[in-house]
Design a protein around this ligand. Structure first.
Ligand SMILES: [Zn+2]
Length: 264
């Protein structure tokens, strides 16, 4: 057996040379290392440095700058425990437990418009779903009003106080829930978390049909316990009411009066 002549060792990066030091000379077979070996992409470097800067900070899914953040946050969400399943909880803890609030169609319609002077716009600004409705010419859409949960809206009416952090509009919320829901169902993943802090009525007169909603799955826990309306860009139409631009939910049909309610 002839001994292979080592060559090109000057091309081996120092990190690999360090590893090779622990390997007996006669078993070393690495002759060259590709130029791209161990190189990180720009987005990977950005994600890693962002993660290190904010390692212990509370991050929101909507702040995800790239797919690395998204994958990390999604895994975090899958692990989050649900308070209601924790048997040893104290009553004082339960008071702060997030509650899924129910909203009806009429309530949502009032949030499908541009903001008035004392209201805030959707936090996504020009990236708001209101700019991407397919029944409206590109560039003619608008940023919707920030969506408030009924409890937040009650506080706003009583004390004129808005939530501390600016929030998403109803369309962007629907889109965010759909994104998580579809990714959970397609990956057949179970989660202990809830992916929506509000829910809709489905199959109830004057509300939405079951076909227009994302529904809880019977064979896995996808983060929904009740229906939430599915976001479909072609199901909205723009109209003006008293000079204010609204989106009408023209594609979301009403259920028959004979339909059996999914949830009341
Ligand atoms: Zn929005």
């Amino acid at each position: 057996m002839t001994k292979r002549i080592r060559s090109g060792s000057e091309d081996i990066p120092s990190i690999v040379s360090d590893l090779l030091r622990d390997v007996p000379q006669q078993t070393q077979t690495i002759l060259m290392v590709d130029d791209d070996y161990l190189k990180s992409t720009d987005s990977q470097v950005e994600a890693e440095s962002l993660f290190l800067q904010k390692a212990n900070a509370l991050k929101k899914l909507n702040n995800a700058k790239n797919c690395f953040d998204y994958a990390f946050l999604r895994r975090l969400l899958q692990k989050a425990p649900l308070d209601s399943l924790y048997l040893n909880r104290k009553s004082s803890d339960v008071a702060f437990r997030p509650v899924v609030e129910v909203v009806n169609r009429e309530y949502e319609d009032e949030f499908l418009r541009e903001p008035k002077t004392n209201e805030r716009a959707c936090i996504k600004g020009n990236s708001c779903e209101g700019h991407f409705i397919s029944t409206v010419e590109p560039g003619k859409g608008f940023t919707l009003r920030e969506f408030l949960l009924p409890s937040q809206y009650k506080k706003f009416l009583e004390t004129n106080t808005l939530p501390k952090n600016q929030q998403l509009c109803i369309m962007c919320r629907r889109a965010a829930v759909a994104k998580l829901y579809i990714s959970y169902r397609s990956d057949k993943v179970n989660t202990d978390s809830l992916i929506s802090d509000y829910r809709n009525y489905a199959g109830v007169v004057g509300e939405y049909t079951l076909e227009s909603c994302l529904l809880p799955s019977s064979d896995s826990n996808v983060g929904l316990l009740d229906p939430v309306v599915l976001h479909v860009r072609k199901w909205y139409e723009m109209q003006r009411v008293g000079g204010i631009r609204y989106y009408k939910q023209s594609g979301y049909s009403y259920p028959d009066s004979s339909a059996v309610p999914f949830f009341q």
